[in-house]
Design a protein around this ligand. Structure first.
Ligand SMILES: [Zn+2]
Length: 572
């Protein structure tokens, strides 16, 4: 003990002149200081020993995610998603493919202007004009990056590029070095890497690194690989690629065989320092890897993966909700990490175990991902201030001018419902995503059952100037009659692809959400849209009017036709 040692040292002192109690306290103080030094040293050592690698999260919801059929984010929606991604702790936001269309260029430009912490990147084929377009679109970005790619697998070489291996290596060298002359950070992806011969993949990657690439992304473009196979690819590349500058490996997985999360985590375990994906796993076909699954897996299994991330996990649900709302794609109830059932335990046995200790059957707590179990519902008496606070809590970002309108809608809802839950508020906001200030909106509808059991629908629409239009049509059922009436008004080539109803909350007083997908048969563009109302039929009318509004806007050139890099020649 400190006091014992201090007494011992004190034996050499002349006790008559010195106040003993003071001496002891001075020595005690010295020892405390040394002890502290020792402890700090230990801490540093411990930190050094357990120092974990950092994994960057790269989100491509706005680029690859937008390839999902029916998903057409407006620029305003893209900016809102980008801001939320930054809040969630994303390191790099792939804001689009600037060379694809003026719309895509403008979206990248707008996002570059508002994002300050995260890097903003754009996609470019191995084509100089694509790289130039990225450079121009990202001029205002605080931390610009570029993502250059070329396909490398035999099937892509033969049928898409019609290039030999040598020509591909030449193209990689030329375009990566050109990109490097304009950007400090250049990510290069050999498209369809997992179906590329390993020795050629190595040659491509080494060529890109030699040309100055700072990130090498290995995409499983068609969701083909398996964890074991992917581990071998990463082990081989990490062991053999040489460089005179820092190179970070990355991973980009698709979920065609349901292995995107497993493959991404395996790549991380085998050296990847950057993971690409989307929120809720949106993307073409079976989608991209769901980044929230990777983030939570790395957190829950920190013991195994031993990596750190910048992801702010308790913003996960807010991020997922926002992307679900703007994409018009609901999150399945049984979806890992963010699905509605992820935390509800219906079975009695489980519930008992969960009550005694939640970890018995739940490895992810609702709080970890930002589900607020103690969130207070609003009611009839809640004022504007409480409403605005709730919007903030739910990360719903609105301009002051928009809040008045939303608050008025909330008041109408609160009159009909005792408790206005978070889900109700989100649904309320969702009903306002189709901007159509000059156009016609749903006003009301009446249905009549005819003697022959057909239904006649009278749908009334109103515009901002108070003009009303009434459309009457028949159908075999209510929804058909309503949609026929709306078709009559818009008079466009529209095909209904899907129609779904869901309850926003539990209970008989729930609002109904109707989701429809329609195709503009003149352009083949698919639009997802939704409508919310207490009445299922009114919600159906609203959703279908919204969908028709999208088609109308596309036909008027107000919504750009979506262009993927697949729609463009592979090289020119
Ligand atoms: Zn992809």
């Amino acid at each position: 003990m400190v006091s014992k040692g201090a007494t011992g040292v004190g034996l050499h002192l002349d006790f008559s002149e010195i106040d003993l109690s003071q001496t002891v306290s001075v020595i005690e103080h010295d020892l405390e200081v040394w002890k502290e030094f020792f402890l700090i040293g230990l801490c540093i050592l411990e930190k050094e020993l357990s120092m974990t690698r950092k994994v960057e999260f790269f989100d491509t919801s706005l680029r690859d995610g937008e390839q999902t059929p029916g998903v057409n984010f407006s620029i305003k929606e893209k900016v809102a998603i980008a801001k939320q991604l930054e809040k969630w702790g994303i390191s790099v936001i792939e804001a689009g493919f600037p060379a694809a269309s003026p719309d895509s260029f403008a979206a990248v430009q707008e996002i570059a202007k508002v994002i300050t912490k995260a890097s903003v990147t754009g996609l470019a084929r191995s084509v100089k004009s694509d790289i130039d377009a990225c450079y121009e679109a990202l001029k205002d970005a605080k931390h610009p990056q570029i993502h250059v790619f070329i396909a490398t697998s035999p099937i892509h070489r033969e049928f898409k590029l019609k290039k030999s291996k040598e020509e591909i290596l030449e193209a990689v060298k030329e375009h990566v070095s050109y990109a490097r002359s304009k950007f400090d950070i250049v990510e290069f992806s050999p498209e369809d890497a997992t179906r590329t011969e390993l020795d050629f993949l190595f040659q491509v990657v080494q060529t890109a690194v030699d040309a100055g690439a700072t990130y090498i992304n290995i995409p499983d473009t068609v969701g083909f690989t398996t964890p074991e196979e992917f581990a071998n690819i990463f082990d081989y590349l990490v062991a053999n690629v040489t460089s005179d500058h820092k190179v970070v490996f990355g991973v980009h997985c698709h979920d065609d065989l349901g292995m995107a999360t497993a493959n991404s985590l395996t790549a991380i375990k085998h050296g990847a320092g950057r993971v690409q994906g989307t929120i809720n796993g949106i993307g073409e076909r079976a989608g991209n890897v769901a980044l929230e699954e990777v983030a939570v897996a790395l957190e829950i299994r920190q013991d195994y993966y031993q990596v750190e991330t910048d992801i702010v996990l308790n913003e996960t649900i807010n991020t997922s909700e926002l992307v679900s709302r703007f994409s018009g794609i609901p999150v399945p109830k049984n979806k890992a990490v963010v699905g509605g059932n992820a935390f509800s335990h219906e079975s009695g046995i489980h519930q008992d175990g969960v009550l005694k200790n939640p970890l018995t059957y739940e490895i992810i707590t609702p709080e970890l991902v930002g589900v607020k179990s103690n969130s207070l519902p609003l009611g009839k008496l809640s004022g504007r201030h409480a409403f605005v606070e709730k919007l903030k809590e739910l990360a719903l970002d609105f301009a002051e001018s928009e809040i008045n309108d939303l608050f008025a809608k909330f008041k109408v809802l609160a009159d009909k419902k005792n408790e206005v839950t978070d889900a109700d508020i989100r649904a309320l906001i969702a009903g306002t995503t189709v901007e159509n200030p000059e156009g016609f909106h749903f006003d009301d509808l009446q249905l009549t059952t005819n003697d022959d059991h057909t239904i006649t629908a009278d749908v009334q629409l109103v515009n901002g100037d108070g003009e009303t239009v009434s459309c009457v049509a028949e159908g075999k059922g209510s929804v058909e009659a309503i949609f026929n009436a709306i078709d009559q008004f818009f008079n466009q080539s529209v095909q209904l692809l899907s129609y779904n109803i869901e309850a926003v909350t539990d209970g008989i007083d729930s609002q109904a959400r109707v989701l429809v997908a329609v195709e503009n048969t003149d352009t083949d563009t698919i639009f997802n849209s939704s409508g919310i109302d207490f009445d299922v039929l009114k919600a159906s009318a609203i959703a279908y009017i919204h969908a028709n509004t999208f088609v109308q806007k596309e036909n008027a050139g107000e919504i750009g036709h979506q262009v993927s890099y697949r729609d463009l020649p592979a090289n020119n």
